[in-house]
Write a protein that binds this ligand. Sequence first.
Ligand code: ZN
Length: 176
Amino acid sequence: MIKYFMPILEIKLVPDPILRKRAAPLEMVTEEIKSILNDMAETMYDAPGIGLAANQVGILKRLIVMDCSKEEEDPNLIKMINPEIVYSSEEKEELEEGCLSIPDHKSIVIRPSKVTVKFLTVDCKTETLEAEGLLAACVQHEIDHLNGVLFVDHISRLKRDIILRKVKKQIRENDK
Ligand code: ZN
């Protein structure tokens, strides 16, 4: 019997320098890329989280996975290759965000309330997604990761420093 199992990838935490790097666009959608996306999805569901960018698992490629469906809804896994925001609304929205790379800390972030994202699917087709609400915030958060930007960069320096200091301390204590 063949036993399939999808590996759970290690999620990089701040201050890992890979979280501050810009991920490179992909020229081809290979089997390897599809398999990375599957592993990323598995890792996101296991965490659990609603989005994950490749930087967060140590891969500098422009890949993200998301599932912003509510508990009572069917899962809605979205995989994006080379996602790019082609429209952002003037109107802004405040939403509380967290991040698997900054465990246990949340903060209100203000972002455009609607965005349109162009991306490649695993079948190498160009698609666009019009997002609002939680999905809009999530896709902007994940695309930020591909540019080395974290949600704490959108809040005050004071709050950011407090959160990052606390996380560093937590990680140090967990390592003991
Ligand atoms: Zn994040």
